[in-house]
Design a protein around this ligand. Structure first.
Ligand code: G16
Ligand code: MG
Length: 208
């Protein structure tokens, strides 16, 4: 019933949130404050620079623009140390099978992620070749809940918004998809993703 599927990365296809968390926590430690897993929830789906601002806000730290750029770079270096070790075993349950099933049905597939490391991660976990288009933080500048990432993804697939379904784990991502005029499947809990047309616990619920 749909021609295009747009997937968020972190929280839908892989759990990179745990590596973002470790990298941010180390950075906070270096600046002399605690950064908890509850604080980390605020970073999901949020861009790298905006994430840094939230982390600094948690620690009550104020820095110059130049210092912030340096710390964001440092965090990314730490994050990449975890990402370089990723392999297919880190795909979330059902992710690869669902992508393959959609392709077999002729559905076009795009990535719609805020991450600047998205293409590298898809490659590491061995699913890059299942995508017809990759739209990530290197291609778009407006963060979710702005619909830009999904609007561009849909256009790159050569489709219209009402041909597309978005798979998202973050509330801001669900809002972005709705603002783009698309149907949305929330991945996670209905208490957070209630605005989605349907909510499942994971992609494994969608494959037989
Ligand atoms: C992901 C994560 C965010 C992260 C962002 C940018 O978004 O959920 O926590 O800050 O990417 O990542 P990077 O520092 O690699 O550019 P998404 O949209 O894939 O859920
Ligand atoms: Mg996500």
């Amino acid at each position: 019933p749909f021609k295009g599927a747009l997937f968020d990365l972190d929280g839908v296809l892989v759990d990179t949130a745990k590596y973002h968390y470790l990298a941010w926590k180390q950075l906070a430690g270096q600046l002399g404050f605690e950064f908890t897993e509850a604080d980390n929830e605020r970073l999901k789906g949020v861009s790298r620079m905006r994430s840094l601002e939230i982390v600094l806000e948690v620690g009550g730290v104020e820095l110059s623009e130049e210092e912030k750029l340096r710390l964001a770079e440092e965090k990314n270096e730490r994050y990449l140390q975890y990402i370089r070790r990723m392999d297919e075993s880190e795909l979330l349950p059902g992710a690869k099978r669902y992508l393959q099933a959609l392709r077999a049905q002729g559905v076009k597939i795009a990535l719609g992620s805020a991450s600047k490391n998205a293409a590298f991660i898809l490659d590491k976990v061995g699913i890059a070749d299942l995508f017809d288009a990759i739209v990530d933080g290197t291609k778009v500048s407006r963060a979710k809940p702005d619909p830009e990432v999904f609007v561009v993804g849909c256009r790159e697939l050569g489709l219209e918004p009402d041909d597309c379904v978005v798979f998202e784990d973050a509330e801001a991502g669900v809002q972005a998809a709705l603002a783009a005029g698309m149907r949305v499947v929330g991945i996670g809990h209905a208490d957070i993703l209630g605005a989605a047309h349907r909510v499942v616990r994971g992609l494994d619920e969608l494959v037989g």
